[in-house]
Design a protein around this ligand. Sequence first.
Ligand code: HEC
Ligand SMILES: [Ca+2]
Ligand SMILES: [Ca+2]
Ligand SMILES: [Ca+2]
Length: 305
Amino acid sequence: MTKVSDFDEHTKCNLLKEDGGDLLQASVVPALRTAGILPERIPVSATAVTELRAPSLYGIGLVEAIEDEDILIKADPNDQDGDGISGRPGLGPDGSLGRFGNKAQHATLSEFIENAIRGEMGLTTPAHPVEEIPNGLPLPEGSDPVPDPEIETSDLDLLEAYIGFLAQPPRRTLDSPEDQAASEEGERIFESIGCVNCHIPTFVTGTNQSAALDRKRFRIYSDVLLHDMGPELASICAPGASPSEWRTTRLVGLYLRSEFLHDGRARSVRDAILMHGGEAESARYRFQDLTLELQQSVLLFLRTL
Ligand code: HEC
Ligand SMILES: [Ca+2]
Ligand SMILES: [Ca+2]
Ligand SMILES: [Ca+2]
């Protein structure tokens, strides 16, 4: 397990030689430095900086297969019903409905993947065939032997097919009848204190060419909408989302994670809940008002998802 303390302070790169990825990084980073390519520096003019946690990809094809109107019907941008929760649809390119990314800024899986290939992997693509230049300086001679685009559309399509069919992790079963009963109690509380107003338990996909995605009810625990989560969680913005707005995170497979919230600042599910502000503040207070035992039941339930 990689800890923050394992990271090279300067590059934020993990240089431990634990697996192939780290070995690659440990050999590539010095080579790049020798070639004159230095770690990216945050410009002094930057007004907001964040580190983003990698998103969970399981079941992401199901999210793409939801009909737009089934998401839009849950939006209440001006809080007409006065419950303090105003979910706004994310803004994808050309005004389309955004559903992927922390700011719900990507509309389709293919666009989401293309963006990650460029931003996270540094590969040029047919849609963006020009190398981004590190720190705004031209690439040193000989440091980029691969002609652009570095990945073809057909490979992007294969990647999309693979990721789009990653199944959701199964619900975790609890061995003891006591735990099972507590988890069921936790589920009822999760509903009654209003967590479900944003973490909507299930959606049904629309008609789809693929049988695996066709009219499937699936667990999601998200409304795929943006919510103002208060000043403590505010950092970067996106064209359609203010610094404090984030897309409701899906809670499926929570038991597989150890870092929570967009930047991983919460190291437990409990801390993640206690950091909910803004539109989610009253649900958080209702959680805090529970006895410790009932809070544990909610946490147990969440850890089965
Ligand atoms: C107003 C909408 C809203 C309500 C109500 C709400 N949440 Fe959230 N929840 C969010 C958003 C948005 C995020 C992502 C915030 C971020 O990444 O900074 C989130 C993130 C989480 C996470 C972290 C998941 C992860 O993988 O990082 C957990 C756990 C969670 N919520 C549980 C709860 C529980 C339990 C309740 C009820 C007490 C609740 N939420 C109420 C919108 C809401
Ligand atoms: Ca509302
Ligand atoms: Ca490249
Ligand atoms: Ca290149």
